[in-house]
Design a protein. Sequence first.
Length: 418
Amino acid sequence: MTLLTLGLNYQTAPVSVREKLAFPADILSAALQDLLCVKGVSEAAILSTCNRTEFYCTTQSENPNVLIDWIAQNKQLQAKELTPYFYSHADDATIRHIFRVACGLDSMILGEPQILGQMKTAYQAACDAGTMGKLLGKLFQHTFTAAKKVRTDTAIGSSPVSVAFAAVQLAQQIFDKLSEQTALLIGAGETIELTARHLSQQGIGRIIIANRTFEKAHQLAEQFNGYAITLAEMPNHLAEADIVISSTASQLPILGKGRVESALKVRKRKPMFMVDLAVPRDIEAEVEQLDDVYLYTVDDLQHTIEQNMQSRREAAEQAEEIIDTQVAYFLAWLRAQGAQSLIKDYRSQAEIMRDDALQKALASLENGTSPEIALQRLAHSLTNKLIHTPSSQLRVAAENERHDLLSAALEIFQLKSA
């Protein structure tokens, strides 16, 4: 049986291809069950995110073509058009790959934590669909263990590498309790949404979303129990803000020095923390001249992010060493599984010999043989039967100078060499 991975990701396929091969939650169960009907596939799980789609299977062959054909058929595409975008791994390489993916070492943002949650979702979906078997299930469980160890033993996820996260972390350094602060977020794009999410996770007291289009501001504010306003209303609410983070596509500044100075007077010189993540700037550079304002730009954060990326790269080297060890552990477990069948057969053979000898002993007792003699015959007969074949094979091994077998016998039977 082969552990096979087939996949494509942000490095091998453009978004136009990745979106065609996505497996959203509403079709995932049916797809998994259909995949199990492919000849040679006995277990299956599908990981589908915006940056990757990967298929983890136990199969009878290392050849991924049957999977590619199934994907093409499922998505009504031509297999030859998809093949150049795929990569595949088998056995040892599959184990290493899935560990690296779960640890964020194969992600667009090195060390990002979301992928582990997505991996757990893929595992649960396969369990619910009935396509997660013993081998694949053990691989996923070991994957989660490896990822947890990497997170615990390295600093790969501790340093922010997005401007949104860096901005929020900086705010935490300035304010003792974010729960007592109000944040004004200007814009409603991806960066502001991410900033709102980070602030919400860190327990921000209140969020105000300001945007040119009220509807977009309202949709975003609703997600985080915030309050939506238009840009025109912003002067009336600016004084409420302890934290101001802006990221719009405006070609001209949205906040000028005079407006911020007016807000500070209303605040009775209570300091404001401001981060301008926009290019061109949303906040006039002159705002930095005000005594009670701490203004940071995207360039200020970029240096921090680059330092953090270097920290993650160093942590990634440690993570690779941990993964090497975890791969070795899983391979040892796999090898042990290979011996299970042998152990089962050997035990079954011994039990047959035992039952046969016991039946003869019982028959002997019924025929009037004394218990003492019957037991002696039972012990003698059973001993002979159990050691006959190993003894014969050891004799043959010695005659053929098979010292490897003789050494193995010493270890297996725990004997002292002569």
